[in-house]
Design a protein. Structure first.
Length: 134
């Protein structure tokens, strides 16, 4: 599981397994892709999707550092490059374990969240704005 916690101007990413917890302070664009990213948690990742997750995490972390808009982030996550390990996987080549179920984009500064259930390349994103202090 992956969680993102926000309080005032502090953002923390948390990864959990049945017996371990990994925590990191988020200080720049943050990307997470259905696998363990934190060094202390990687040992708990299943081997079944490791290649896919490794590729997506490396590509995502490299690309996310330079993204400046929701449109740029969505374009990246809509990519079908490097099938079946692409960001937007339709499950055909890799079965249901390689299927995109949804995407979420959070702008912490403007307190806006966009959520889409389904393939990132074609889903309509729902927009939510929160009017409370993190």
């Amino acid at each position: 599981q992956n969680f993102t916690f926000i309080q005032n101007n502090r953002i923390v990413g948390v990864e959990t397994s049945a017996s371990k917890l990994g925590i990191t302070e988020v200080s720049e664009n943050y990307f997470h892709c259905n696998s363990y990213n934190f060094p202390e948690m990687i040992q708990y990742d299943s081997d079944i999707r490791r290649d896919e997750c490794f590729y997506r995490n490396v590509e995502g972390k490299n690309a996310y550092q330079s993204l400046n808009s929701l449109e740029e982030a969505r374009n990246l996550l809509s990519s079908h490059k490097n099938k079946p390990y692409c960001f937007c996987a339709h499950g055909k080549e890799g079965g249901d374990s390689l299927k995109t179920l949804g995407s979420m984009f959070i702008d912490y500064l403007s307190k806006k969240i966009w959520i889409g259930y389904g393939y990132t390349c074609s889903v309509e994103l729902e927009h939510h704005h929160f009017n409370f202090d993190w």
